[in-house]
Design a protein around this ligand. Structure first.
Ligand SMILES: *[C@@H]1O[C@H](CO)[C@@H](O)[C@H](O)[C@H]1NC(C)=O
Ligand SMILES: *[C@@H]1O[C@H](CO)[C@@H](O)[C@H](O)[C@H]1NC(C)=O
Ligand SMILES: *[C@@H]1O[C@H](CO)[C@@H](O)[C@H](O)[C@H]1NC(C)=O
Ligand SMILES: *[C@@H]1O[C@H](CO)[C@@H](O)[C@H](O)[C@H]1NC(C)=O
Ligand SMILES: *[C@@H]1O[C@H](CO)[C@@H](O)[C@H](O)[C@H]1NC(C)=O
Ligand SMILES: *[C@@H]1O[C@H](CO)[C@@H](O)[C@H](O)[C@H]1NC(C)=O
Length: 522
């Protein structure tokens, strides 16, 4: 999930949502009256939204809570109806719960979103919400049972940002959360996250990566190496249908949009995107896939200006096909955001009440993750323009929120960052996940022994087991599952079946440990 800024959002196309009933639970706006950063403090409360599924619950069973993370909790319904948490609930007669994150969905402490009202949107306040919920919730219809922690074992599951959250929950509130499964959990906050593109470079088909790198180099050869030739810049943009010309970095940003398709892949065709594969097949085609137009004759000239052979027919076709692909697939909202006149808002102004605003705020204050090309080491040919740098990518922090200091990543990394580990926290991730290098499974780190207490699992899947033919699992591929009615035909790749079995097994061990501990203390 990599639209411009909601860096961690998930499936582009969610299918039919299961009909869970929404409930609210009242939580304090401000859990930390001792911390000056939240001044002026608040004594208020607000409604945190949640949903639950008791179809498999039997008295005495555990609670499996899905941290919804940086989106509406409704977007997580399928993880309750048919994913790994469903399997866990079935196996151990547990209650499945989705808990919405503060400042997402309907769980807002304030009617109006302003930079000032966003001050209670921090990771630690959200963690405190989760702990408060687990300690105090009485589920409607299940009033006869004490399902609060620690009387009942709570195991938290989260993917991506929520994967980091559940790992932290277990470590910060060990008496509340008995265990946590952190899938693609980004436990390390990283300001300059150029490595987002490294798993793509390493796992996408080699011919496709070579084409992306060459096409990027053509653009940079024109825009960066000919800094004063504005007529040439305008011709390049016009060839892509962008006329009159816009800011060169805005233009380069539009061109990297197809890379987001890599993260949008999934082993289940009904939730995954084939777009990255289409992009590869377009730009590696040696023949033009699109008809000539008024600008086609410019292409050899542009290649020549960038230092490439203008008579190389395959390269001309690749450029033509990139143009056709970008022209046909770029969302109009992206074009509009890059061509509209930029306005500077005062920090007190009302902001859109949506996930993008909230996640952007978290990015600016604590998480970073700016994904640029400027700082890619010189020996690596980047997948996106070197014009795209951190000042460019982070400019919304000052324009939207009046924030001019870098994110305080220490507030996240104090929990361990890449070294994060804790008993009964499972670290799971995909080999080709663009977020891998913000997790303990990052490329280049020493591996760890996987144990039942601290499972450490990298999912790698050969291309022939994935419907789009691209090797390696991406973002929390162990989380989703198939609805029962589709179970007959489509099967998950055996690697997914295997990791889900492992999860069910080691969580079972954790729950036995809990019961044994109870019996010992009686
Ligand atoms: C939950 O709270 C929100 C915000 O206060 C409100 O809009 C919504 O109607 C409430 N939902 C339920 C089911 O009570
Ligand atoms: C505020 O309280 C929390 C525990 O509730 C504690 O972890 C934190 O260190 C305290 N902060 C200060 C500044 O004392
Ligand atoms: C973009 O697509 C439109 C509609 O198919 C087409 O008319 C136009 O020529 C294309 N522009 C470029 C630069 O390919
Ligand atoms: C090129 O990309 C378009 C848009 O995604 C897609 O419809 C088409 O099938 C692709 N062509 C090839 C040869 O893959
Ligand atoms: C292409 O060029 C022809 C001849 O110069 C012109 O009439 C036509 O409007 C142009 N088409 C576009 C889409 O620019
Ligand atoms: C992470 O652990 C390694 C090996 O134990 C150690 O060398 C390194 O300093 C640790 N890094 C941090 C940031 O704690």
């Amino acid at each position: 999930m990599r639209p411009a800024f909601l860096a961690l959002s998930l499936f582009a196309c969610l299918t039919q949502a299961a009909p869970y009933k929404a409930y609210n639970f009242s939580v304090p706006i401000d859990h930390f009256h001792n911390e000056t950063r939240y001044e002026p403090h608040s004594d208020g409360v607000f409604d945190l939204r949640y949903w639950f599924d008791s179809s498999y619950y039997r008295p005495g069973g555990p609670v499996f809570v899905i941290a919804a993370g940086e989106t509406s909790g409704e977007d997580r319904f399928e993880f309750l109806s048919q994913g790994i948490v469903t399997q866990l609930a079935k196996a151990y007669h547990g209650l499945g719960v989705i808990l919405e994150h503060r400042y997402y969905g309907t769980s807002y402490p304030f009617e109006e979103v302003t930079a000032e009202n966003l001050r209670f949107l921090t990771t630690e306040q959200s963690l405190a919400d989760h702990a408060y919920f687990a300690k105090n919730i009485v589920f409607p219809g299940l009033e006869a049972h004490d399902l609060t922690a620690p009387a009942t074992p709570w195991v938290a599951y989260g993917g991506s940002y929520a994967g980091a959250q559940v790992a932290f929950l277990r470590k910060v509130y060990p008496d509340v959360f008995w265990g946590a499964v952190s899938s693609s959990g980004v436990t390390a906050a990283v300001v300059d996250y150029w490595k987002y593109f490294e798993p793509i470079r390493n796992y996408a088909p080699a011919d496709c990566i070579d084409s992306i790198q060459t096409l990027t180099d053509v653009v940079d050869g024109i825009l960066i190496d000919n800094p004063d030739n504005t007529a040439l810049h305008a011709q390049l943009q016009a060839a892509f249908g962008v006329s009159p010309a816009i800011d060169n970095t805005d233009f380069a940003f539009i061109l990297q949009n197809p890379l987001g398709g890599f993260q949008g892949r999934n082993w289940d065709p009904s939730v995954g995107s084939y777009d990255f594969r289409y992009y590869c097949d377009n730009i590696t085609s040696p023949e033009p896939l699109y008809p000539p137009n008024n600008y086609t004759s410019l292409l050899p000239k542009l290649l020549s200006a960038a230092g490439y052979d203008p008579t190389d027919k395959a390269l001309v076709a690749s450029l033509r096909n990139q143009i056709g692909y970008v022209n046909g697939t770029t969302p109009s909202s992206l074009i509009e955001s890059k061509t509209a006149k930029k306005s500077t808002k005062a920090a007190k102004d009302s902001l859109p009440k949506d996930s993008t605003t909230s996640w952007n705020y978290q990015v600016c204050t604590e998480w970073g993750y700016y994904q640029g090309g400027a700082t890619v080491p010189p020996h690596i040919r980047p997948l996106l323009s070197r014009l795209i740098d951190i000042p460019y990518l982070s400019s919304f922090c000052s324009s939207d929120f009046g924030i001019t200091t870098p994110p305080d990543v220490d507030r996240i990394n104090k929990h361990g960052g890449f070294n994060f580990s804790y008993p009964r926290v499972a670290i799971i991730g995909g080999a080709a996940d663009p977020w891998r290098d913000a997790t303990p499974l990052a490329q280049g780190l020493p591996g760890r022994e996987s144990t039942d207490s601290e499972p450490f699992i990298l999912i790698d899947i050969p291309g022939e087991h994935v419907w789009d033919g691209i090797r390696g699992a991406v973002h929390h591929w162990d989380q989703n599952g198939l609805p029962e009615e589709r179970g007959g035909g489509v099967m998950p790749p055996r690697e997914i079946v295997h990791v889900q079995r492992q999860i069910v097994r080691f969580v079972g061990g954790w729950l036995r440990e809990w019961r044994d501990g109870r019996e010992d203390s009686l």
